[in-house]
Design a protein around this ligand. Sequence first.
Ligand code: FAD
Length: 694
Amino acid sequence: AQLDTLDIIVLAALLLGTVAYFTKGTYWAVYGDPYGNSLQTSNGAARAGRSRNIIEKMEESDKNCVVFYGSQTGTAEDYASRLAKEGHSRFGLTTMVADLEDYDYDNLDKFPDDKLAVFVLATYGEGEPTDNAVEFYEFFGSDDISFSEGGSADDKPLANLKYVAFGLGNNTYEHYNSMVRNVDKYLTKLGATRLGAAGEGDDGAGTMEEDFLAWKEPMWVAVTEKMGLEEREAVYEPVFEITEKPELDADADEVYLGEPNKNHLEGAQKGPFNANNPFIAPIAESSELFTAKDRNCLHMEIDISGSKLSYTTGDHIAIWPTNPGKEVDRFLTIIGLAPKRHTVIAVKGLDSTAKVPFPSPTTYDAAVRYHMEICAPISRQFVSTIAQFAPNEEVKAEMTKLGSEKEYFHEKVADRNLNLAQLLEILSNSEPWEKIPFSLMIEGLLKIQPRYYSISSSSLVQKDKISITAVVESISRPGAPHIVKGVTTNYLLALKQKQHGEPDPDPHGLNYSITGPRNKYDGIHVPVHVRHSNFKLPSDPSKPIIMVGPGTGVAPFRAFVQERAAQAKAGQAVGKTVLFFGCRNKAEDFLYQHEWEEYKKDLGDNFVLHTAFSRDGPKKVYVQHQIEEWADELNKLLDQKAYFYVCGDAANMAREVNTLLGKIIAKHRNVSDAKGEEIVKAMRASNQYQEDVW
Ligand code: FAD
C-alpha cells in the first residue's frame, strides 16, 4: 500500500524521536546549546543574563540620552557613537549607545520625560530592517502593540517619549529609508514627540556623510531648546582606556594577535560559525577569470566541509579581511606608534556602556591590522575632531579648515581618495601626529567589516564548496597621489598568488599577513561566515527564469545555471533558463565562457545566453540593449509567470533594468508606462522579481 502524507509525517517523527534518544549524549550536547561556548555575541546582553530594560540601564549608569542603532555594515553604529559623543562633549548630555537587539521596548511608555532617545536606523535591501533591528521593528509594526502599563495605541502611551531620528538608506532601492520613515510614523502615532526633522542619508547619491552633517546641526538646536541645554566648548574625552603592558610578551597565550574571539585564541576553532565567529576555511582552488593583464577577477572555491556551515543557492558568503601591511605601517608610523607596535595593550571602556570593538589584551599592530577600517574614505567630522591633536598650529589650521569647509574637503580629501593616514602624512609632511590618543582612533574609525560575495556555486551540486567570483578593486584617479586598492579583494588576490607559488606573490607591495595571527591561516585559509538571503530559485525547476547579470553580477547566476543543468541531467523537467550577460569584450572578461557551453549540453535549447559586449565593436552594447531586443521572448516567458532576477550594480544597471522591464510590459500589454511600473512593483512584492545588488 502507498503511504500518504500523514503516514510519512508520523514515521518521520518516530524516526527523529528514535535518533534523538540514541544520540542524546553525543549530538545533543552540540546542538542543544549552540551559544554555550562563552562567545561574545552581538546580543550578548540577553545571553549573559544582563537586563534588557533600557530605563533601568540608563538609571544605573546615570544617563539621560540613549542612542539606539540598527546597523548592518557598521555605518549606522558609527553615526550613533558620533552623536553620543557629540551630545556629551558639546551639550553635556550623559549619553550611551545601544544595540537595538539588546533591549525590549514594551516599557517605553515609562521613558522619563527629561530623557532623550535617539534612533539611527539603516534600511537594508528591499526596505528591510537590519538584522539587529528585526525584533524592534516587528514590535512597533505589530497591529496589537501593547506596553507595560497596558496602554493601547489610541491612548498615546508614548506621550512622555522625546526622540530624534536619522535614517541611512539608498535611493536606488524601491523602499528608500523605509525604516526611519516607518518608525517615525509609529512613534508619532503612539504620542511620542520628535525633536528636529527625521533625517535621511542617501548612500545612492553618495551624500550620506554630508546629509548626516547637514541634518544634525538644526537637530541639536531643537534638542537644546526643548531640553534646556546649553552648548559648551567641546573637550575631547576618551571613551576607552589604553593600558600598555610592557611586562607581557606579545607571544603570551592570553594576548590576541588578531584572533577574532576567545574560541580562536584558545586553540582549535569551534562552531557554531556565524557573524561573530568566523570559520577559518581552506581555499581549495583559486584561479583568474580575466585574460586582461591590467584587471583581475578571481574565482575561488572555499571548502566548508566539517564546519557545519551550510548554504543554499543564492546565499552570500562573508569574507573577513586583513589590512595590507603597507597601510598598517603607514598608519602606525604617522601616529607615532610604529616603534611600539608589538607592545601589549589592554583596552577597556571607561564607561560601563562602552563596548570595546575587539578582544583585549592585544597589540597596536594586531588591533590596526585585523580590526580597524584604516583604508576607507575619511569622514569630515572626524577630520574636525582630530584637528586639535595636530603636531603644530599651521597643520591644525589646515585640518580645521578641511573639517569645516565642505567644498574644500571634497577637493583636497574625498576627490583624491585619501585614507586617514595618507591625509595625515600629506598635511604634516610625514611628521608624526603623536598627540592623537589611540582611543580616538578606535572611536573614529569603523570596525573592519566582512565583505559579502554572492555565492557562485549551487548547493545542490557542491554543498561543501562555496565558489565566489570577485573583481579585484583597483581605483586610480587622475591627480590622486595613491591608487585605492580594495582591502578584501587584494587580500584574496595575494592568497591566490601564494597558492600558485607565483614568483612575486605581492605585485602591489601591499604585504598582507597571509598566514594570519600565529600562522593560524597558513596553508591558504580565509575567515568566512555564511549569510542566508532571499534571492532564490523557484522551488519548482520547471518554472522559466530570466536572469540579468552583467560583470560579477553573473555570480549567483552561474550557481542558478549550474543547479538547473544538474537537475536536467538528473532527468528533472527544467524550464527555460535565460541569462543576459554583459562585459567589455569577449576575449578579455567574458566570465565562465566555456562553462556555459557545458551547461548547454545538459539544458539544451532551454538554456539561452544573450551577451552584450560594450567595447568589442563600434557600438557599445549593454545588457539593457539585449533585453530590449529580446523583449518579445521575454514577454512570452513573463506571461508564463517566469521569475525575473537582477544582480550586480545597484546604482545604474539595476534601476535601468527595472524601468525598462516596466516599459516592455506596458507595451506588450498595451497599458500605460505607469501601469507597467506598477506591475513590476507587484512582481517584486510577490517575489517574482528579485534583486541581489550592491
Ligand atoms: P574596499 O576596500 O571595501 O573598497 C571598496 C570601494 O570603496 C573601492 O573600490 C572604492 O570605490 C571605495 N574606497 C575604498 N577606500 C577608499 C578611499 N580611501 N577613498 C575613496 N574611496 C575608497 N563583489 C564581487 O566582486 N562579486 C560578488 O559576487 C559580490 N557580491 C556582493 C553581494 C553583496 C550582498 C554585497 C553587499 C556586495 C557584493 N560584492 C561583490 C561587493 C563586495 O562585497 C566588496 O564590496 C568588493 O569586493 C570590494 O571589497 P574590497 O574590500 O576589495 O574593497
